[in-house]
Design a protein around this ligand. Structure first.
Ligand code: ATP
Ligand code: MG
Length: 387
């Protein structure tokens, strides 16, 4: 067990890192955040922060000397850095899991070889192989970079064979290749958070229902509107996946729900997840505190959920609604609504800038109010576009 007062090293300094840092400090730990981007939001919340690039040997030495245990909040941390750290200090989850989940080909191979359901796929190692691999599958397909994709980036839809040639020209040769996968005819997108400790105990959260807009997560409702038996099936699936991975930490499994309650695993995040922000408002413990507990060898807690919730992501220039009157006043005056501003200075189109959580006892009323929030956010965008 890592005693209170010790320091935790966190690789990556985005909003997930901010909330992790706050949770760790509440439990009495110090936190060192290492992110080469000096504007990464978690730096401002850390006890100490490192802003050197991940290849800097002096920074690595400091990181090793000062931290009792290490974790990450972003899965694109260089694996070789994590391997070097792991030789000297515990890192949870470990470099083996990080490396596996960084690569969609390896991730899907792992899952299918353990009997877990994944969307039918094929690996494409060179752009020239695209045509051959597409022929083995049925359109429509999605082509995704095997590594370094996020928020729907590095993805292309293929609906027609005539598009294969131009996609082949678009794909720049890369070491790690791509996957092409069947477009899943899903009824719902779901996700589940689960934490596992070093003794192999696993706790799961309720299933969340997620809606995306243009490939990026927009809205989550908790609990998902699905039958209890299906929720239980998903919870068991999460326990089995984490047990197969042997990972220590907090994970999120993204799923597609098809007809007849068939499930496909889309991907696994070895860290807290956007769809788990709601836990800050209505769960004890939050996903971030559960991550601290898992990596520090503290008891995991079966989460207690206090109320249904809906979370809406605030994207790009919509953040102005949270920052400027009169929309800010309007949002702040709504009952059961919490605003989160990640304090990112640079506003980029579709960038996750903050979120809004709505809590209350009636899920349908919550959805209606979330729609109102979304309209307020979109109004900001329109105002900005008109300027
Ligand atoms: P994120 O960072 O949001 O998890 P990502 O870049 O890791 O995104 P995915 O999770 O694979 O990418 O895909 C993003 C979204 O695109 C999915 O949540 C889903 O809405 C859609 N999508 C991805 N793959 C498929 C598929 N095979 N069939 C149907 N929709 C898909
Ligand atoms: Mg995803």
């Amino acid at each position: 067990m890592i005693p209170a007062g010790e320091q935790i090293g966190l690789l990556g300094g985005g909003q997930l890192g901010t909330f992790f840092t706050i949770a760790a400090k509440r439990l009495g730990y110090q936190v060192m955040v290492w992110d080469p981007d000096p504007r990464a939001p978690a730096h401002a919340w850390a006890d100490t922060s490192l802003k050197s690039d991940f290849q800097n040997p002096a920074a690595l030495q400091t990181f090793l000397n000062k931290n009792a245990v290490i974790t990450f909040e972003w899965e694109n941390i260089p694996v070789d850095l994590v391997t070097k750290i792991e030789a000297k200090r515990p890192v949870y989850p470990g470099s083996d899991i990080l490396s596996l989940l960084q690569n969609r080909i390896q991730e899907k191979t792992f899952l299918s070889s353990h009997g877990f359901p994944v969307t039918p796929y094929r690996a494409v190692l060179k752009p020239e192989d695209l045509k051959k691999q597409v022929k083995q599958m049925n359109l429509p397909l999605i082509c995704k970079t095997a590594t370094a994709g996020y928020d729907g980036q590095g993805q292309w839809r293929l609906t027609n064979t005539s598009e294969v040639g131009s996609l082949m020209n678009t794909l720049e040769p890369r070491k790690t290749g791509w996957v092409i996968e069947q477009v899943a005819p899903f009824i719902k997108e779901l996700s589940i958070l689960a934490a596992r400790n070093a003794s192999g105990e696993v706790v799961t959260y309720p299933v969340t229902e997620n809606s995306h807009e243009r490939g990026i997560l927009r809205l989550c409702r908790i609990p998902a509107e699905i039958a209890t038996a299906l929720s239980e099936k998903i919870s068991t699936l999460a326990v089995d996946v984490l047990s197969a991975l042997q990972g220590v930490g907090l994970f999120c499994i993204e799923l597609f729900l098809l007809e007849n309650d068939e499930l496909l695993i889309n991907e696994i995040a070895p860290r807290p997840h956007n769809s788990g922000h709601y836990t800050l408002d209505v769960a004890s413990p939050s996903q971030y505190e559960q991550q601290v507990r898992a990596i520090c060898g503290l008891p995991l807690q079966k989460p207690v959920i206090l109320s249904p919730a809906v979370m809406v992501n605030v994207l790009g220039s919509e953040i102005s609604a949270l920052r400027k009157n009169p929309l800010r006043q309007k949002l702040l005056s709504m009952t059961g609504v919490s605003l989160y501003d990640y304090r990112k200075e640079e506003i980029k189109d579709r960038r996750k800038m903050g979120h809004v959580t709505l809590i209350g006892s009636d899920p349908n009323a919550l959805l209606a109010r979330a729609e109102e929030v979304r309209e307020i956010l979109e109004k900001t965008q329109n105002q900005i576009n008109r300027c």
